[in-house]
Design a protein. Sequence first.
Length: 337
Amino acid sequence: MTTAPRSQEFAPQPASAADAARDAVASRYGAVSKALGRLYDSKKAPKRDVHRLRVATRRAGAALAAFEPQIGSTVVKRAQKQLKLIRRAAGDARAADVHTDLLSSFSPSLSTLGREACSELIESSRARAKRARIGLRRLPKSVTPRDVQTWGSDVQRAIERTSRSKTGPFSLSGAVRVTLVNLKLDLESHSAVPIDTLEQLHELRITVKRIRYTSEVFKHCFSLGILEGIQNACVRLQEHLGLINDFGELAERASDHRDHARGRAENGKAKHIRTLEGFVELELRLQDERDRMRQRFLDEWTGGTGAELGRLLDAAIREQQSRAPSDESQIAGAGAP
């Protein structure tokens, strides 16, 4: 028996869009419930478990967005709000952890005054992490793993209602193609103009995350070569975009500490003047690091990764078209080219 090349291999695919929605909701809500249960049983909320919970809620949110036609917009909006409650709590703790680690690795490159300022910012980050963990540990008292399972069951019932009431829905491949076309349009909107501001980078970061998590939701619909290509391109871009965001936030926090130090330095005491000088150095160095990460991202983006991601999305769209050509009239009516 001849084995198909890896780029042409397909993972087993659910029979319909509704079946795929059921599978995605069950697995992703199960992952959120399991990750929340780990924190419920833990005394210290380890970094690994906090990260897993945050990622699990993002993946569940991506499944809701991807299968909104099969679920219903009202149910999706309510479910996204429920997940956001968990994601924000986990996100605050995760951000504080990342900032603490970045500052700790960054500190040795500073002068003595800069290191002293960095130590103060590290202590501030650790205090933020501690407060965030207290809030996270309290979360299971208001939102338990069983609550998350109930939320998932509510979404499953909505899928059943929608599948009975709708006539002539897209096949799964047709539904995937519409989603991919919309993602490709979002990506092209970033490629059409120079990326000059941090706001543009933040918006692109959101788009790349959506592409990555949506491709995971629809993994059964892609040949493995295309799926791996999309995932790898998104990971490369996300690494740079995440660091730009982190160093930008740290520079803003250093600026706040610098302003506070300036107020204390007005009394002329040498100690406070040295603290001010340290935070001035720290802020400038963090800004330089942010700009360096930004340039590395732009080199990656313009060097071919952005275009590569666009080509992979085009290939995925053509792949879905070949698998469900009978959906053409419905897709055209939905606005996809």
